[in-house]
Design a protein around this ligand. Structure first.
Ligand SMILES: Cc1cc2nc3c(=O)[nH]c(=O)nc-3n(C[C@H](O)[C@H](O)[C@H](O)COP(=O)(O)O)c2cc1C
Length: 357
């Protein structure tokens, strides 16, 4: 479920292949004994140029899902973008968070509900808002169908059998959904399986998003506004006219339209079109700190990771996410030293070569 993508998973593979086609051009003989991996996004200092992408359905992996992710991100000194599709209310995530949060918006069904929701997001202290534009309908998640993933989850003989062969996950799932601590403080109508809560969150959103929605959200949201899912440069101008402050070049981790290029292939054209008038971020296929440095060399301010922290979450909850972020931080620090970089401001296109194959 976490690993899968859409269709033949071509775009998901291309996200990785794109990074593999980029090689480094180190500049030695620089005194790199003092260096820092920190950077700024919309004036906020973060410990490294890696943030956590919004992912719905995290509670299928770990009972405290978004709560654990928000805490781990804060501990690592970076930003977590909370998804609209969540088992925990946005206020609860904000209450436990130890670092800055951004909010990923799938729009509710009416403008009035959207305005109310934005007021909640702002009151809870989320610093930036991002509209995902690549999800007019669900992508063709064939691997999920093959694995008979259903939301809400149906209890079938196969699921029971698989549960018996994976006792740790099953125990975690039962604790997450049925234990007194999972149910404490929740009104009876909220006593749902985590996957049912996820389904409710999906049903509560309206797709597709249109230009009118972007215009309205811009009027109501006073902080930085991002567009997530941009995959072509010629749309940037109109978004900039609408007052957008940032773009996330993203193909939803290859989970929506299969056949689009890898995101790192598209990044340079978006950076060129935006020409410094907004911040440009990227996600998709970032698996090591080296990938983040490659994206920065091609003009990104920072990158997001999705699946890497979900794997950490599924393996070891908050500690697992923390460990993934530590590994990424270590990669970035080491890569900077080996490239001859003391600060991230020193990176430019001269540090990489992009080969055609
Ligand atoms: C399980 C899963 C759930 C996701 N849910 C959302 C979501 O609710 N909203 C959204 O904008 N993107 C969602 N995404 C896409 C991520 O935000 C991000 O674009 C993608 O995971 C980046 O690729 P990576 O997983 O290769 O790092 C999801 C991705 C995964 C793997």
């Amino acid at each position: 479920m976490l690993d899968g993508a859409a269709g033949d998973e071509i775009s998901s593979r291309r996200n990785r292949e794109g990074f593999e086609r980029i090689t480094f051009r180190p500049r030695p003989l620089v005194d790199v004994s003092k260096r820092t991996t920190s950077t700024h996004v919309f004036g906020q200092e973060i410990s490294m140029p890696v943030m956590l992408a919004p992912t719905g359905a995290g509670r299928l992996a770990y009972r405290y899902a978004e709560l654990a992710v928000a805490k781990a991100a804060g501990e690592a000194g970076t930003i977590y973008m909370q998804s609209t599709v969540t088992a925990f209310p946005l206020e609860e995530v904000a209450r436990v968070a130890t670092g800055p949060l951004w909010y990923q918006l799938y729009l509710p069904h009416s403008p009035k509900e959207t305005e109310e929701m934005l007021n909640r997001v702002s009151a809870a202290g989320y610093k930036a808002l991002s509209i995902t534009i690549d999800t007019p309908i669900f992508g063709n998640r064939e691997r999920d169908r093959h694995n008979r993933l259903s939301i809400p989850q149906r209890i079938t003989p196969r699921l029971v059998f698989e549960g018996m062969t994976r006792p740790a996950w099953t125990a975690e799932f039962i604790r997450g959904n049925f234990s007194p601590s999972a149910l404490r403080g929740r009104p009876p109508k909220n006593l749902r399986l985590s996957s049912t809560a996820t389904q409710q969150a999906i049903i509560a959103t309206q797709w597709p998003v249109t230009w009118d929605d972007v215009r309205r959200v811009r009027e109501w949201w006073h902080g930085p506004l991002l567009i997530k899912g941009i995959m072509r440069a010629d749309e940037c101008e109109q978004f900039l006219d609408y007052g957008v402050d940032g773009f996330v070049v993203s193909n939803h981790g290859g989970r929506q339209l299969d056949g689009v290029p890898g995101t790192i292939e598209v990044l340079p054209e978006v950076v060129e079109a935006v020409a410094g008038r907004a911040q440009v971020f990227l996600d998709g296929g970032v698996r090591r700190g080296e990938d983040a440095i490659k994206a920065l060399a091609l003009g990104a301010t920072a990158v997001f990771v999705g699946r890497p922290y979900l794997y950490g979450l599924a393996a070891a909850g908050q500690e697992g996410v923390k460990r993934v972020l530590e590994l990424l931080h270590g990669d970035i620090d080491r890569t900077m030293a080996l490239l001859g970089l003391r600060t991230l401001d020193e990176i430019d296109g001269s540090f990489v070569r992009v080969s055609a194959h």
